[in-house]
Design a protein around this ligand. Structure first.
Ligand code: IMP
Ligand code: MG
Length: 334
């Protein structure tokens, strides 16, 4: 897997953090670039500890991995410094000089702008920060004294790593259906979230990518406003064990059954070559902790086959529990 893009298929919270942390342990990547911004929280469970990361790449649990934040990202300086301390990655994390900065004023604008009311944004200020960048008035990482020790040229580092045949992960954030271009506009985030945009934010051309790994969850969740086909009531979600709270904001997540039409569209526009399905154990409790495909009940196998049939993408990783290592890895068999 020399260069792999990890992208979310639905409205975020598909379990990208979990899949990326598994790859961090198994594939020992040399370098990972995180894109997007502080609005997305990637959850990593490792050795009994839970991390909800807003800035630091989820591969941090691989100790040799160089961690980078791309030029297209928006950096929340205080959150970045806090997480660098928490994960103890000071000596191996870098920020692109041209990444832009989210400031307190952006968060205030996000929470008080009338036009954003019904969208239910996370309130971190990502939309207003992007608006400021588009106006060409944003502060960049290179302008911030506290970021000086971390500044680097991410595009150069990542392209040189690819040239050298190193293992590289481009960490997408949020989900495809929140894409400013392809999602449920206007109930979307302030950027494109597709695999192409992840490459663009990191500074990697489309010919340099070997795999696009799309992450599906076994059911769908969404926070904030906007349509959600097949939405369940909270009572029904609780009954099925699908009810979740957002890792970042603590808000209730709305939920719905897996949707093959959305999965197909998402696989197509992301150009997915591989798929992961997380939380299969929530849909089929007998799957909990399974580490081989053979351990899955027939019903669960049929669900996985149906995803493969309809999207045309092989399901290579299956999440069966919260720990980074609760994964069925079918890559060797395919
Ligand atoms: P914003 O990205 O904070 O502007 O929020 C716009 C929409 O995207 C809202 O519906 C948010 O709930 C949603 N959103 C933003 N980031 C995430 C995420 O990481 N996971 C899930 N939903 C998100
Ligand atoms: Mg999340």
């Amino acid at each position: 897997m020399p260069c792999t893009v990890i992208t979310g298929a639905f409205w975020g919270d598909e379990g990208k953090g979990k899949i990326i942390s598994y790859l961090a342990l198994k594939d020992q990547p040399d370098l990972c670039v995180r894109t997007g911004s502080v609005n997305a929280a990637h959850t990593v469970w490792y050795k009994g500890n839970r991390y909800a990361l807003h800035m630091v790449p989820a591969t941090f649990i691989c100790e040799k991995c160089r961690l980078l934040i791309g030029a297209g990202a928006n950096v929340h300086v205080a959150k970045f410094l806090e997480e660098v301390e928490l994960t103890n990655v000071k000596n191996r994390i870098g920020v692109d000089r041209q990444a832009s900065i989210i400031e307190e004023k952006h968060s205030i604008q996000d929470k008080t702008s009338a036009h954003l009311k019904g969208i239910g944004t996370t309130g971190w200020g990502v939309g207003p920060a992007i608006e400021e960048r588009v106006r060409r008035t944003a502060k960049l990482a290179k302008d911030i004294p506290e970021l000086q020790p971390y500044l680097t040229d991410v595009a150069k580092e990542v392209n040189e790593a690819i040239d050298a045949g190193k293992t590289v992960i481009l960490e997408g954030t949020q989900g495809f259906m929140l894409s400013l271009f392809h999602g449920t506009y206007p109930y979307v985030t302030g950027r494109d979230t597709s695999a192409s945009a992840i490459c663009s934010e990191a500074g990697v051309g489309p010919t340099r990518v070997d795999n696009v790994l799309i992450v599906f969850k076994a059911f769908i969740t969404r926070v904030g406003g906007g349509p959600l086909p097949g939405e369940l009531t909270k009572e029904e979600a609780l009954k099925r064990g699908w009810f979740e709270k957002a890792a970042g904001t603590g808000r209730d997540r709305r939920s719905a059954p897996f949707n093959f039409e959305i999965a197909k569209k998402s696989a197509m526009i992301n150009g997915a070559t591989q798929a992961a399905v997380t939380k299969l154990d929530i849909l089929y409790p007998q799957c909990k902790g399974a580490r081989t495909y053979e351990q899955l009940p027939e019903e669960a196998k049929r669900f996985i086959s149906e995803i493969e049939r309809q999207t045309g993408v092989p399901v290579v990783l299956i999440g069966t529990g919260p720990d980074a290592l609760d994964v069925i890895d079918r890559r060797k068999q395919q």
